[in-house]
Design a protein around this ligand. Structure first.
Ligand code: CA
Length: 223
């Protein structure tokens, strides 16, 4: 599980980073809003922890940009101020949870665990398509025996494509099946994640397995 932490106060960033690493998470730290935005929108993380007051861009601005692309990945806000207004603004902008500073590390760790908890998967469930193999229990993906590192959303998208291998899937079907939307959020989140997935599935000498059918949808090819 990969976590992005955007926090400008070095002592706090260091304290959180060390704690989370000790819990077994891979942690990337950004110290300003610009770097934080670039990393957050890369699609590489399973959870974001954002401080609100940052140089460059605020945590709320990062959150708003991120939510245009990804409605589901959990985001926890660190709020230095105790005003109710900040929390409401954060939750309205799509935060999953917030934690007021100062906090005990254990409290943050418990909130991270709660956000990352996933529904149980059937045991030993393996699915595959062409050169791609996925273990839904271990949440691992291989192509031609090479392990690929996918974010939680990319993983769910690929699993959905494999379960419907060979079928043409519309953007609406993917929004509903992978993101759980029953309405069109009016963003290009599907296209963005298809692009992420293509990049991760790219192997030298191997064809792109995702076929785009203009204004119709996507289909997985057996390559
Ligand atoms: Ca700060």
């Amino acid at each position: 599980m990969r976590i992005l932490l955007v926090e400008d106060e070095e002592a706090i960033a260091d304290f959180i980073e060390r704690g989370l690493r000790a819990e077994g998470y891979a942690v990337t730290v950004a110290n300003d809003g610009e770097t934080g935005t670039t990393l957050a929108t890369s699609g590489d993380f399973d959870l974001l922890i954002l401080d609100l007051m940052l140089p460059g861009r605020s945590g709320i601005e990062i959150l708003r940009d991120f939510r245009k692309l990804d409605a589901a990945t959990p985001v926890i806000l660190l709020t230095a101020r105790s005003e109710v207004e900040d929390r409401v603004t954060g939750l309205d902008a799509g935060a999953s949870d917030y934690i007021p500073k100062p906090f005990a590390f254990e409290e943050l760790a418990a909130r991270v665990r709660a956000q990352l908890r996933r529904p149980d998967q059937p045991e030993g469930s393996k699915i595959g398509w062409g050169s791609i193999e996925m273990d839904l229990l271990k949440r691992t993906v291989e192509r031609d025996g090479t392990e690929l590192h996918l974010s939680a959303r990319e993983f769910d998208l690929l699993a959905y494509l494999i379960r419907h291998g060979g079928q043409v899937l519309s953007r609406e079907q993917l929004l509903s099946g992978v993101w759980g939307y029953d309405y069109d959020p009016g963003t290009n989140v599907v296209g963005v994640y298809i692009a992420y997935l293509r990049k991760k599935l790219a192997l030298e000498g191997r064809e792109d397995p995702i076929e785009t059918l203009r204004s119709v949808g996507y289909r997985l090819k057996e390559v």
